[in-house]
Design a protein around this ligand. Sequence first.
Ligand code: SF4
Ligand code: SF4
Ligand code: SF4
Length: 259
Amino acid sequence: MSKALLYDATLCIGCKQCEQACAEQNKLPYDDKIAAEEVQSVHKFTVVMAKEDKFMRRLCMNCEDPACASVCPVGALHKTKLGPVAYDAWKCMGCRYCMVACPFGVPKYEWNNNLTPKVQKCIMCTERVNAGRMTACSEACPTGATKFGDRDDLLEEAHKRLRENPKGYVNRIYGEKEVGGTAVLLISAMPFEAFGYRTDLVHDPLPLYTYRVLSRIPDFLPLAGALLGGTWWITHRRDEVAAAEGKDKNTGHASGGEQ
Ligand code: SF4
Ligand code: SF4
Ligand code: SF4
């Protein structure tokens, strides 16, 4: 059975222990300065955002039918049977199609890594989940705001919470249907748009749309070959590309806003 995370923002106290546990799990740095950052980046796979007295998490949604994996020409990203969308860095050729395809703006690119740049994102603690353990963020959460379990069970629980306390929540389980469903489910008292979540997403899996478009373009394959060749060349000129796209080469972050 597919696993998932249920994040109930009404139980979250903003302690950021999930962020810290994620950093430890992924061998990433974590200090007060990083804790204050509210954007996902190559060194921060999950963020806890605050607005007034409300909180909201962001992380890779680990989509049921991930657009990032569907466009990856070398299969570096793939949905696992247990739910996580895993990443094989050794396969990645740095084309960054996944970054364009993701409807949640999740994958980030290591602009500062000149030798072996990779894409970075939450992989839902793939190894832990494969070993029958819960994710590091859910294990660290002191209030149960981030809960790990079977997706079907968590969905049922989310519906029950909304049913029993309709005034306490926005009437939506974010991730139940968006882009065909995701392995991260969110419920909240504050509208999701307030935290930058898109609420205009289709309910069909995005790879289906990709297929529909491509099936109407008979000449797509030769075109794709040419594009991939161009992408390889572009990737190997990443410094120039980064400058052209307004990336801050010192931090590796986009100089503008995110998401
Ligand atoms: S949220 Fe984006 S990066 Fe994560 S699985 Fe879905 S499409 Fe891929
Ligand atoms: S599931 Fe794992 S990688 Fe993803 S945010 Fe939680 S701790 Fe980080
Ligand atoms: S550890 Fe739990 S309570 Fe603390 S910020 Fe993360 S989700 Fe919220």
